[in-house]
Design a protein around this ligand. Sequence first.
Ligand SMILES: Nc1nc2c(ncn2[C@@H]2O[C@H](COP(=O)(O)OP(=O)(O)OP(=O)(O)O)[C@@H](O)[C@H]2O)c(=O)[nH]1
Length: 326
Amino acid sequence: MAKRFSPDKYVDGILAGDRVMLSRAITLVESRLPSDQELAQQVINQVLPKAGNSVRIGITGVPGVGKSTFIEAFGNYVIQEQGKKLAVLAIDPTSQRTGGSILGDKTRMELLSTNPQAFIRPSPAGKSLGGVTRSTRESIILCEAAGFDVIFVETVGVGQSETAVHAMVDFFLLLMLAGAGDELQGIKRGIMEMADAIAITKSDGSNIDKARVAKAEYQNALHLYPMAASGWLPQVSTCSALKQTGLPDIWGTISDYLELTQQNGFFQQKRRDQNLQWMYEAIRQGLEENFYAHQQVKQQLPGIAEAVKTGQKSAFAAAAELLKLV
Ligand SMILES: Nc1nc2c(ncn2[C@@H]2O[C@H](COP(=O)(O)OP(=O)(O)OP(=O)(O)O)[C@@H](O)[C@H]2O)c(=O)[nH]1
């Protein structure tokens, strides 16, 4: 097992912006060991008052949309032109690639991964969506305490992980291709409804006209949705990560959104709601872990499951019997 330090050492390191200590603290957060979990909670509790001062931006899009290239280009823009410190985290429980999606794509994030103002952390490998979600939420807090004022949370645009990311960010950006059709892109209607902005990627060369048409179409489609509680009308823009165009527009949209929602109180309300949601989620996960770790449950579960399978017991009676054991 790697070396562990006192909680203060992690806390001091993080607050001083020490990236190595930040990385080590995230490793604690990702660990399944109860002793690591306990240490992680102590660290998080201590840095919590220094967290929260960032803009949390979820970025999603199906494979092929150009996500890594976009994050590299937009990330560098945010650092260089907006003077921000950027952390990039990933939620990708499906990733089979070693070290998760971001590390696998490090070559496409060459500039960002060597930029001292950026911190890139891949999705933890071998975890369930719930596990990844939890560690990403806690990693956001640690990154904020370390002084990162923009956080990108990247996810693959195929389903459940979008909902998880949406529940932990302030702003949700959906990347789309021009002319591929929603269904072809595997974008579910629900994901479009969650988007605060859509960026049509690869708007360069012969693609520019197609991207312009797509922009108008998506803008029309978004107008059909009922007005969001934030009072914000989702915006569509076109961009090219390759040619570095459209990036200031996207940042402008994010800034407009922040201005509106901070003024009308939606931003603060959403964060408070998300905090509560995190708590209930943690309770649910904790209960589930305790249940399956319980000695008697472990012993009796296989037999009872078999009885359900063969029709000797009803699913509900079986569940009730097992739940009573804890
Ligand atoms: N013409 C053009 N091609 C692009 C642009 N951005 C990305 N590409 C190309 O699109 C392909 C996919 O880009 P990636 O950045 O790997 O995106 P992805 O497939 O969504 O990958 P993940 O980030 O792993 O999900 C690559 O061949 C890129 O060179 C762009 O702005 N213009």
